[in-house]
Design a protein. Sequence first.
Length: 219
Amino acid sequence: MIEPLSNQPHFWQVSSDNQTYTELCNALYERELLRLAKMSAEQLPLLQKRLAALPFYIRRAAANIITCHSELKLDSQNASWYYKQPASCPARKQQADPIASFYHKSARPGLIVPLYAEQLTLEHIVLDTVDELDIAGERLHCNEHGWFSYNGTPLEHNNASKFLLKPNKAIMTAACCGHQWLNNERKAPRVLSLRELLLTSRLNWQNFAKPYPPPHPLK
């Protein structure tokens, strides 16, 4: 017996999680395709490989964001986290000794770390991961941003405008939400890279020294 049309489920009648997942995927595709369209001529040989990998990373990012336990609010239509932005960058309150103490105790490969970045008075905080340690030299290497001493000091010419921070709620909130300040005034949030979004979904807000492990690849 065929059910009346009014009783049949429709393909658009999805759960809230499914709708959020779809919105996240759409926003991420739009964002990443625009980013790839702006690749330099030198990067064009990598375009085919990056396009092929894009569906995997977008599906994984969307699934991770939906299931993660974050203290922030999610804007699924823009694939971003949001929270009230403080009047000034919270990195200004950090000092070298507490930073060094944290990394002496907690530095290990896979640790998600915040980095203060400043360029022409524009301030923001980015996320990266530790991939190498030099315990004797009291320094660590971040996957994307290079070497830093345990007290936060940059150790390379290419990362001289950055500073390693101790993670706390204010710092990680600013990083996840893309908060920015220009000349000590709030500015519109920056858009996080797909890689940073994946890192935000692994943060352990109860203990930043113990982030959640990377998920198994999507099938």
